[in-house]
Design a protein. Sequence first.
Lengths: 297, 347
Amino acid sequence: MPATDMTRSEGQPMREPSAWVQHWRQLCRNPLGLLGLILVVLMVGSALLANVIVPYDPAQVMVGPRLGPPTWHNLMGTDQLGRDTFSRVIMGGQVALIVALASLSAALSLGLLLGLVAGFGPRWLDNGLLLLLDSVRAFPVIIFALAVVTLLGPSLYTVVFVVAITSIPVYARVVRTQTQALRDHEYVLAERAMGASTRRILGVHIMPNVIGPLLILASMDVPLVIALEAGLSFLGMGVRPPTPSWGTILNNGYNYIQNSPWPVIAGGIPIILTTLGFTFLGEALRDIFDPKLRRDL
Amino acid sequence: MNALLEVENLKVRFRSMGMLRALATRTSDPYIDAVCDVSFQVRPGETLGLVGESGSGKSTIARTLMGLNPAHSGSIRFDGRELTDLSQRSYKPFRRDMAMMFQDPVGSLSPRLTVRSLITEPFLIHGIRDRDRDVEAKRLLEMVGLSEEFAQRFPHQLSGGQARRVGVARALALDPRLIIADEPTAGLDVSVQGEVINLLARLQEELGIGMLVITHNLNVVRHISDHMAVMYLGRFVEKGPTEEVFYRPRHPYTEVLLSANPEPDPDARLERIEARGDVPSLMQRPPACEFHTRCPKAQEICSQVDPEVTTAEEGHTFRCHFPVNTPEDPDTDTVGAGSAGRSSRPG
């Protein structure tokens, strides 16, 4: 069936399928990428629609069994206080998504800005920024996180802050390298010769060529961020109870693992699925947008 | 008529090593002279051709004129106003009157912009908002002989010749008075080269623009330029009216260069004059006359005394102790005979 589709679209005169259609076809030919996309859509969808999906209030203590196994009433069983684990897992996805979105978009925009400035600016500025970025990167993430939590107190915002700060240097370095590679391209010289301002050159002519690889990098970083949030919450340094998060579910389950394995399984599976989903999708996107890695050409 | 562009004793230098390394190796002068003591002028409606081997400093001159490299000393006057000491901000108005076309036809177009955006980019940069960009794009495309459909294409969907035309359209957008074309024919096949050159010549005739054409293609220079200058290691070795230089090259280097130009006529008498060895590095510039290491006529004085600039007839100048093809020389038309058959300039 796809073959006839293709001949038909090619038969039309002078009409190449648009870039998006081509990318979509490539993604469809990559089963792992497609699986990744499905998992990501499931995760994001369930987090967005969490309030509609959850059967119970995730903080509501019920008069049912504690640490109960999955039943039709409680799809993933109940935790040590008798709360519905399924509702908590779904709501926990919201926390993971907020942390990932907020911290990565902050890190992306700041990293992009710093990288463009370092890559295009004068040598001394480049060296200064590199020194700063490398010193931030030299900190072990978890130690830095513990220090910040001690100073600011554990909360969702602290987690976002820590993740954003530690991700900036990676993005900034990628952008800087790309900017430097593009800076001496003839089209940038041509723009300068026409009198274009630095802001225009960076915004219109360099940024669009840098942002693609950066977004792919970010999509592959999402699982890291989610794992970090879960890790901090597991250590009791992330979101505060009773807000559900995958890390806290895991932590609670871990304490009662001898009584019931269900809370640990319920908290672990979404982390695994989300990690796999974003990794597969990121790899597929990288293959699609980086022509050098494309196998179908 | 007054000169549109006047360049006098222009010198451009680049740092050849870092400050620390220069200190460590006790190099007192850690610079290389990419362009040395160059003077020329371009009048409105006139074309000056710059020829020379790769690395002789042709493109550096172009970039310095556009303010992309700083000039070390000397003066550049555009329409009587000095440009060398201007800041980037005060340079901007001059960039409306001077436009440059870069070597790589596709590479000099921003890859994510459509042709329409590319050729109307100068309007945005210079804050000209009272013109309809679609109308302007159509006008410019028509001017360079491309159909309207090209407006929606991206640079990677263009062939070399089409991309070059887009480059010409962009250069013409703001009705410049001077166009600097850096290798306008590079990377194009011969028939397209001809089209582009004829297009430039036609537009120049219609619009009366001054043009500086940089190339290593002698046939291109011969076809479109009124005057030409030959560069070797950053210096002008010979300069003069194109026909005069082709007919009677006075500097041995020019003679070598002209005799290396492929001759399309298979029956033509082939007299190749060759230079010895390779182009010396700019880091180790030969003393006195730069060409003496390779010159077939070099004598001892050439490596000791700087040759003066000599003026022959009609503004034909050269820099050599032992010029060739002097009028007294009975051997005058050795090169002349070979090139006389192709000396009638088309158009």
